[in-house]
Structure formats: structure tokens, C-alpha cells
Ligand binder design. Structure first.
Ligand code: IFM
Length: 490
């Protein structure tokens, strides 16, 4: 993917707009996404043991208000009600994650059948309602025992992940056709092991790069395990939060800052996965932190670059950067939590800025052109079918006296980003689906329950679910396969 300069090259929706932009291809997946720890609850039921997020959230000071996923939104017990809600919305696909510590509690050895039974029942319910399941194997809930043995900076964790992938595929491969190995390994490696704002909360930049390589290796080994266990029709993918990196100016130092972030944020995943190599500039930028020659063992890159059927892109906002020197008089903005430790190993001399325009409740700038640019760039560079596996926004939702939740900002956000998807399709990208993050309000990691991303509001006292007006709008878009339907953003 190339770095785009907002002042010269960014594609605007207006440039690409087509009168027929609201028509999505036949079979386009209209979905919503969730993750196990964020919604399931039932943290100690049916053999589940703690993951790194159970430990982290129970550590004072790590998560806002001391919130945990112990109960979350109790999806484990309410999944039938939740699938009914998805069917009422008209979703054609649902992306969720399997909880590793529910299926293989210690991260080693045989599976717990009761854990697998939950996912058998969930997928049966989805299929009975005409909703295609798409399962993510790893959405950040590493079994605590594996972290105690060293976590992702240890090579062994990659092999444990492949074993778990094989177990899951053998048990559920008859009913799940789309498999995603990792969700956002950038967060697992860098927020987990460099800035420490995510579990397991470690702050060693060298370990974060070791984690990055072992996540890549675990992905590749898992692709092999999935292919061995799944029918030939199965689709295997990875979901990456690739950054739409934009330099603050065309000054050479700002361009170099963008190149650096692009290398350690994006190409650290896409080059080994799609090109079978780590790029020379990434290695040079980080050589003082890790010895790549001993980290990457013979055969690793061949494993990591096993062919995929789809690439999942998670997109929320563009990333605006300059050199630290050029940022002396400019306001800074990180957007990835409070930590004195950077989540960007080897990029200490890069400064981050708030891109212009409106922001969400996360203080993330709203700019759908980052999505169209990314999709078009990925299409041109790698040529494989794409899915938007996450996109959405948190806002300060309020419940009206009549019980409704009017969230016009979220509707506008989703509409704008679906427009960007349509623009990318018009420009030739083979985008096969869009999964809104998230189906319902849930545990937003270090922010606890403070930030609401859901199409459906959850009352955290009663756990009652109420579709917001954005859900009604999305439902109508799905029904009409169009963005220009009768329900205006309200
Ligand atoms: O809630 C998260 C999700 O788990 C991963 N992608 C970003 C979302 C919003 O922060």
C-alpha cells in the first residue's frame, strides 16, 4: 500500500462518485461484527479459564471504572435473542470471534466440548436464520497460561495457536465457511507489548516486534492447519487494521515519518503475508530493538506467505504524521490511549496529529476517503478479494424518554463509509462485504463500557437491547441494497 499525501493525492468521494454508487454487487455480505471477550461474559463457565484480558481487566487501574468482561453483555446466555435481533435487522452475515480459553483453556492439549458446543449452537442458530457465520480465531484473548509461558514474544505461542486453529476447524468446519486467523495483530503486538494499554500490559519495544513476527508465524501456521481441516470451499483470511498514513506536509522528513509508520504499522504484516519478506527499511528502522536474523528462522516466511482467499481491512480513521522536529509548534494526537510508552517501535521521532474535520467520541477523525484509498491501494497492490471486516464509530448516545436512541452521527458515519466502499468498487476493487463494528454496545477494552460502538444500544443494568436509529437505517440499506433509500440519516 502506498502512502498518500492529503494535500496532493488523496482520493475524494466526490472524485469517484458514480450515480449508481449505491448499488452493491450481488452476494455482497451485509454484516456486523463482535468479539468474544467484548460480548460473551460467562467468564468462568463450562470450563473457560482466564485469558490475558481477564487478568488485565482485573488489575486495578488498567481499565476505565474497573470494568471487566466477566458478564459483558451476557451474549453467552442470550445468543438466541441476539441472533433473532440480527435476523430482524436483515444481516446476511455475522462476524464473531471464538474464545480460545473457552475451547482450549490452557492453550494446550485437548478441547473442551462444552466450549465448542456453544459455537455449534450459535452457528446453527445463525444458519437457521439465513445468516452466514464468519469466525475469527484470535481477537486478543490469549489463554493466561500461554502468557505466563512468555506470550506472543515466544515462538512457541505460534505453534500453540496453530494447534487451536486445527481443533476449531475440525469441530466447526462443517458449518463455518469463512475463517479469519487474527484480528488486528498491530493491537496485539504493539498495544499489548509496547505501549501496554492493552493486555498483557507489557512495555518492551523489542518484545513487541518479537510478538509481531510470532503473530505472523502463528497466522501462517494456522492457515496451513485450517486448509488441512476445512473443505476446499472454505475461505481463509486475516483482518488487519492497516493505517491510511498521511504525511502532514511534503517536507522530506514528514514523508520519511509516513514511510516509517507505514513500514512498522502496515508492511510488517502485508510484506511477509503477501510477499514472503520483511522489508529492508523496517529491518533498518528497528535493528537496534531486535535481531531479525535470529528472530526469523529458515522456513518462517514460506509459512507466513501461504495464499489467502480474502483480506479483511478494519478501518476507522486516517493517521496523520510528521517528523517530531517539524511538529514542534503543532498540536499532537495519538488516539491509542494514555501511555508514556509508544505503540510504534523504532518510530520515536515521528509525531502524530489530529486529521482535520469532525471526530467521534474516541477523538478519532472522520474521513471515509481513508477507506476508499486503502481499499483501492490494497486492490492494486495485492489483487485479492477484500472484506471490510470492521468499520464504525462511538458516539455519546443518549436514550430518549420514549426509549429510542437517536444516533444520526453514527448513521452519517456508516453511510459515508459505505459510500467509500462503493467508490472503491467503482474504481475496480473486489470488495465482497462490509461488517459494521459493532452489532451492539460492548466492552471497549481499556475504555470499559464508556464507549458505545453498537448499532444496538445495551442498557448495562438490565442488559436490554434496543436498536438505535442507525440500526434502522442500516437495515433499510441492506433491504434495498442501496444507500439512497427513503430513511434519511436522522
Ligand atoms: O472494539 C474494537 C475491536 O475489538 C477491534 N477494532 C477496533 C474496535 C473499536 O476500538
Amino acid at each position: 500500500m502506498t502512502v498518500t499525501d492529503p494535500h496532493t493525492t488523496a482520493t475524494s468521494s466526490a472524485d469517484l462518485a458514480d450515480p449508481a454508487r449505491s448499488a452493491f454487487p450481488p452476494g455482497f455480505a451485509w454484516g456486523a461484527a463482535t468479539a468474544a471477550y467484548q460480548i460473551e461474559g460467562a467468564h468462568a463457565e463450562d470450563g473457560r479459564t482466564p485469558s490475558i484480558w481477564d487478568t488485565f481487566s482485573h488489575t486495578p487501574g488498567k481499565v476505565a471504572n474497573g470494568d471487566t468482561g466477566d458478564t459483558a453483555v451476557d451474549h453467552y446466555h442470550r445468543f438466541r435473542e441476539d441472533v433473532r435481533m440480527m435476523a430482524d435487522l436483515g444481516l446476511t452475515s455475522y462476524r464473531f470471534s471464538l474464545s480460545w480459553p473457552r475451547i482450549q483453556p490452557t492453550g494446550r492439549g485437548p478441547a473442551v466440548e462444552r466450549g465448542l458446543d456453544f459455537y455449534r449452537a450459535l452457528t446453527d442458530e445463525l444458519l437457521a436464520n439465513g445468516i452466514t457465520p464468519a469466525a475469527t480465531l484470535y481477537h486478543w484473548d490469549l489463554p493466561q497460561e500461554l502468557e505466563d509461558a512468555g506470550g506472543w514474544p515466544q515462538r512457541e505461542t505460534a505453534y500453540r495457536f496453530a494447534e487451536y486453529a486445527a481443533i476449531a476447524a475440525e469441530a466447526l468446519g462443517d458449518r463455518i465457511g469463512t475463517w479469519i486467523t487474527l484480528n488486528e495483530p498491530w493491537c496485539s503486538a504493539y498495544l499489548g507489548y509496547a505501549s501496554g494499554v492493552h493486555a498483557p500490559g507489557r512495555t518492551d519495544p523489542g518484545d513487541s516486534l518479537r510478538a509481531a513476527h510470532h503473530l505472523n508465524l502463528g497466522h501462517g501456521l494456522a492457515v496451513g492447519a485450517l486448509r488441512a481441516a476445512l473443505p476446499a470451499t472454505a475461505q481463509v483470511a486475516v483482518s488487519l487494521n492497516l493505517h491510511a498514513v498521511r504525511p502532514h506536509s511534503s517536507h522530506p522528513d514528514d514523508l520519511d515519518a509516513a514511510r516509517r509508520i507505514e513500514a512498522v504499522g502496515n508492511r510488517v504484516w502485508t510484506s511477509p503475508i503477501f510477499k514472503g519478506r520483511y522489508d529492508d527499511d523496517l529491518i533498518a528502522d528497528t535493528a537496534h530493538l531486535v535481531d531479525w536474523d535470529t528472530l526469523v528462522q529458515p522456513g518462517d516466511l514460506a509459512e507466513i506467505s501461504r495464499p489467502l482467499d480474502l483480506l479483511g481491512l478494519n478501518y476507522y480513521n486516517p493517521t496523520l504524521v510528521s517528523s517530531a522536529e517539524n511538529a514542534k509548534n503543532l498540536p499532537r494526537h495519538d488516539g491509542h490511549g494514555d501511555s508514556s510508552h509508544s505503540p510504534w517501535p523504532g518510530a520515536d521521532d515521528v509525531a502524530f496529529h489530529l486529521a482535520p474535520g469532525e471526530v467521534t467520541a474516541m477523538n478519532w477523525p472522520i474521513d471515509p476517503t481513508g477507506l476508499s484509498d486503502s481499499l483501492i491501494g490494497l486492490h492494486r497492490e495485492f489483487g485479492l478479494p477484500l472484506l471490510v471486516t470492521e468499520n464504525g464509530a462511538a458516539f455519546e448516545d443518549t436514550v430518549s424518554e420514549d426509549g429510542t436512541v437517536h444516533d444520526p452521527e453514527r448513521t452519517a458515519y456508516i453511510k459515508g463509509h459505505l459510500g467509500a466502499v462503493a467508490d472503491a468498487i467503482t474504481a475496480g476493487a473486489d470488495v465482497r462485504g462490509y461488517y459494521c463494528w459493532s452489532l451492539m454496545d460492548n466492552f471497549e477494552w481499556a475504555y470499559g463500557y464508556e464507549k458505545r460502538f453498537g448499532l444496538v444500544h445495551v442498557d448495562y443494568d438490565t442488559l436490554v437491547r434496543t436498536p438505535k436509529t442507525s440500526a434502522r437505517w442500516y437495515s433499510e440499506a441492506i433491504r434495498t441494497n442501496s444507500l439512497e433509500h427513503g430513511i434519511a440519516p436522522q
